[in-house]
Write a protein that binds this ligand. Sequence first.
Ligand code: HQG
Length: 182
Amino acid sequence: MNSKQLNEVSKFLSYVLRHEPQSIGLQLDTEGWAEIDCLISGAAKEGRTLDRELILAVVSSSDKKRFAISNDAQYIRAVQGHSTDGVNLQHAEKEPPEFLYHGTATRFIESIQQQGLISGSRHHVHLSQDIATAVAVGQRYGKPVVLKIEALRMYQQGFKFLKAENDVWLTSHVPNFFIHQE
Ligand code: HQG
C-alpha cells in the first residue's frame, strides 16, 4: 500500500466520520464512534473496498492522528473536525498555553478582522500549539498567514478551550481583539 492510497482512504474516512456518515448509511454515536464492520459494509455498497488491515494502516499512519480506534477494536472515530449534527465529542476542557496559533490564507484576513475567527461549518475554531502546523494549515487555502492568539488571556476572561486527543486546540470563537498577525 503506498502513501497515495493511504491518503485517499484517509480523505474518505474524514468525509464519512466527520461530515457525511449518512452517505454510506453509517450511524455515529454522540461521541463520534462508528462500528468498523458497518463502515466496511457501507463503503462496499458504494463500491469501495475497505478491510480492517487497511483501516488500521490509515489510522496508524495519519500524520495528525486524525482517527482513534476503541479499546475493544470494534469502533473508529475522527478525533476532531466534525461538522455533522448529533456528534458532540466530550473533549477535555483545559487551560491553554499563553499563545496558540491559527493558520489561514491572506484572502480571509479582512473578514477575520471584522468578525474574528469563526467556526464556519465545523463545530469549533481550530488552533495549534506551534507555528509550523499553523503554516501548513493555512497553506491549504492559499498564501498562508499565521495568527497569534492570546489564548490564556481569553481563558482568564471566561472563554472555554478544549484539547482534542491529537493536540489540536478548539474554541468557539476568537474575537479580533485577541488576534495578532505574526
Ligand atoms: C477561515 C485540517 C473568513 C479559517 C487542518 C480557515 C486543521 C474565516 C477557514 C483543521 C473567518 C475554515 C481545521 C472569518 C475563520 N472570515 N474566514 N471570520 N474565520 N476563517 O478547514 O482551521 O487535515 O474549516 O481561517 O489541519 O483551516 O482535516 O478550518 O481558513 O487542523 O485533519 O475559514 O482541518 O485538518 O477552514 O482547518 P476549515 P481550518 P485535517
